[in-house]
Ligand binder design. Structure first.
Ligand code: FES
Length: 105
């Protein structure tokens, strides 16, 4: 299937250590993270429950902690960290082009 590119927002709009949600044209809701100046994206919904990681999550380095049950994920790979999170998050390729955080989906 064909990959599409979408410019999301100016890179300066998401400071280091912060998370924001975006909805892609295909309906996927994603969380975009700024980890020490590098951008990453995962599915927004925690794979353990219904929590929104952009709203309920706390970014500590490259790990997002879900405040519902305090499980964690590595946002750079989607891999689960601390329990009770066990199912990897879907990840998306993110890059900065013309000063805008952009995504391949
Ligand atoms: Fe996220 Fe349980 S819903 S850790």
């Amino acid at each position: 299937d064909t990959k599409r590119i979408l410019a999301l927002f100016p890179a300066e709009d998401l400071p280091e250590g912060e998370i924001r949600a975006e909805t892609l044209p295909n309906g996927d809701v994603i969380a975009v993270y700024n980890v020490d100046g590098n951008f990453f994206a995962t599915q927004d919904q925690c794979s353990h429950g219904e929590a929104s990681l952009s709203e309920e999550g706390e970014l500590c380095g490259k790990f997002v902690e879900c405040s519902w049950h305090f499980g964690t994920f590595d946002v750079t790979t989607g891999e689960p960290g601390l329990m009770p999170c066990e199912i990897p998050l879907k990840t998306y390729a993110v890059f900065v082009a013309d000063g805008k955080v952009s995504i391949e989906y």
